[in-house]
Write a protein of this length. Structure first.
Length: 570
């Protein structure tokens, strides 16, 4: 691919890294003028193919045009001295596609793989309750399915309550410290379930697990945003959530063995399940203190004296991320949020449609998924069969997760790629509603496997919320709020299948069908909402002269997604 030469000029401020503050309106007589180094051809409009990203000539310039190529906007968006990566910021930095591909692969290896492992351990500890159910867990503790529902409700409620406080702690002390601390804390709670004695202790551990795990996902997403561009993050999040399914698959196989320990030392098999899997998470949590550098330029440590990246690689990482999203230098990685900042983010009405989707979009498929192993056990399958029969839905889920996340990038439409979950679930829920006591267990298994193997579009919506936030501080809080709404939806879903409605849950399935239909109309509203805002802003922005646009950029107090030149993804 050929390169292009930018016709922009820098003033002396280009090399003066200490100058910050107001935007410069033009050149003064004392300013020296230099020509901008060659930029790469813009690729923002390029659509990736289904299987691979667009190909570029490896030795051509990859550096993309940005606000840093204009002397006026350069000073508007220049990273402050307090930002931890400022010393690697260089608006004149240029690199090739060969270098960029190599550094992204390196980030994937060092950062993304470990994030995958950490999420694997979280899912192992929060989902092993499903495997425990196949080993007479409820009967051993003298509980009913309503008690189980209450435990799930308390878990999600605690998870919800912990979301925002956890993000605030993470922003203050750094995700590299807080995330491993969370993991160590919840692993102790998880393995302590070995000593559960009844309903009270079960509910207590559910609450504690929710509190300890609540902020983990948005904390990790914020951490990953330090290393990846906006276009790279959604697909990385897709693979991030693959670890969820992998944990369920591995957990099912582990359970078939660990649950066979029932009777050893007079203990139930599910007790060993909690103990061993909690111990595994503890090891991963301790290792995470050593595997999570604070930022791209802070990978050196006493146990890693050379660090992971060279100075050249650090320069590429920092500048490619900032060129993609200049707002990422707004706050350093140990900077907390003020009460005023939090309040301003909470009242951002433009984000509320996505929050509304968060509370309802998973409800139609959540109860069948939660009750999968228990339903299979009630149909007469053995403990081992019930656990192994849950695996096909996980494999299907992985495949559909990746397909739909890639689809969202290919068609460049968040609404279209996410509403398809509702169209997937609706006919299957209708089929499930028609089943009766004479329905073959294998027919039930086939339909419920398709329902629980649904296309998991949550990563797309997480990235969608992040993209529409605009700014690190906003992204920090909005990610928590979105996940809080998702957990609130989980609370609703946990109480739809009731004990007096089993085993076919006719009433519950009617409710799920109604919510599924409602969601389809909600997605249509969100599409029109964001398209309308963008259309209005386009009309206003295009009516201004170039001078008026420049004056707005220099003088506006608007921040993040309230800026007139910001466009929402939909």
């Amino acid at each position: 691919m050929s390169t292009v030469l930018a016709k922009t000029y820098f003033t002396k401020a280009l090399s003066d890294s200490s100058e910050t503050g107001s935007v410069k309106g033009g050149l003064s007589p004392s300013d020296s003028v230099v020509e901008v180094p060659t930029l790469g051809a813009p690729v923002a409009k390029d659509k990736p193919s289904f299987w691979r990203r667009p190909k570029h000539e490896l030795d051509s310039i990859a550096t993309q045009p940005s606000v840093f190529d204009d002397p006026a906007t350069l000073e508007k968006y220049r990273p402050p001295p307090s930002w931890e990566n400022t010393h690697r910021f260089d608006p004149a930095a240029r690199w090739t596609w060969r270098e960029e591909y190599r550094i992204v692969r390196k980030i994937d290896l060092y950062i993304m793989v470990w994030a995958f492992i950490m999420f694997f351990s979280l899912e192992l500890d929060r989902s092993n309750i499903s495997q425990a159910n196949t080993d007479n867990f409820l009967g051993d503790l003298g509980m009913t399915t309503n008690d189980f529902n209450l435990g799930n409700t308390l878990f999600k409620l605690s998870f919800l309550i912990a979301e925002l406080p956890s993000q605030l702690v993470s922003k203050r002390v750094g995700p590299d410290i807080w995330i491993p601390s969370q993991m160590v804390l919840w692993s102790f709670v998880s393995l302590s379930q070995f000593w559960l004695s009844g309903r009270s202790s079960f509910l207590a551990t559910r609450c504690l697990l929710g509190f300890m795990q609540g902020g983990f996902i948005p904390d990790v997403i914020l951490y990953l945003s330090y290393f990846y561009t906006k276009s790279e993050l959604p697909l990385r999040l897709a693979w991030f959530w693959v670890s969820n399914y992998l944990a369920d698959i591995v957990g099912a196989f582990m359970a078939t063995g660990l649950l066979e320990l029932r009777g050893v030392n007079g203990k139930a098999g599910w007790r060993y399940l909690f103990l061993i899997e909690g111990g595994l998470t503890l090891v991963i949590g301790i290792a995470s203190y050593f595997m999570m550098p604070p930022s791209p330029t802070q990978t050196k440590a006493w146990f890693r004296p050379k660090g992971w990246f060279s100075e050249r690689e650090e320069t590429i990482i920092v500048n490619r991320v900032l060129r993609d999203d200049p707002s990422k230098s707004n706050m350093h990685n140990r900077q907390g949020l003020s009460v005023k900042m939090i309040w301003n983010i909470l009242k951002d009405w433009r984000m509320w449609p996505i929050y509304a989707l968060g509370i309802t979009f998973m409800v139609p498929v959540n109860p069948p998924q939660t009750y999968l192993t228990l339903s299979l056990k009630n149909l007469g399958y053995t403990t081992t069969q019930a656990n192994l029969l849950s695996i096909p839905s996980k494999v299907l889920g992985v495949i559909l997760l990746l397909i739909f996340c890639y689809l969202s990038e290919i068609i460049d439409s968040r609404v279209v790629s996410t509403v398809l979950l509702q169209f997937w679930a609706l006919p299957l829920l209708v089929a499930l509603y028609t089943f009766n006591q004479q329905t073959s267990p294998w027919v039930y298994f086939a339909v419920v496997t398709l329902i629980t193997g649904f296309p998991y579009v949550h990563p797309v919506q997480v990235a969608w919320a992040s993209t529409n936030s605009g700014g690190v501080g906003t992204r920090t809080v909005s990610a928590s709020i979105y996940n809080m709404f998702v957990q609130a939806g989980g609370i609703i879903a946990a109480n739809i299948y009731r004990d007096d409605d089993k085993p076919l849950y006719k009433r519950g399935n009617r409710v799920l069908i109604a919510i599924c239909v409602m969601n389809i109309f909600l997605y249509l509203f969100v599409y029109c909402f964001y398209k309308g805002i963008n259309k209005r802003r386009d009309k206003i922005w295009d009516s201004w002269t170039a001078e008026e646009q420049q004056e707005y950029l220099e003088k506006t107090k608007d921040q993040g997604n309230s800026r007139m030149n910001f466009r929402f993804a939909y």
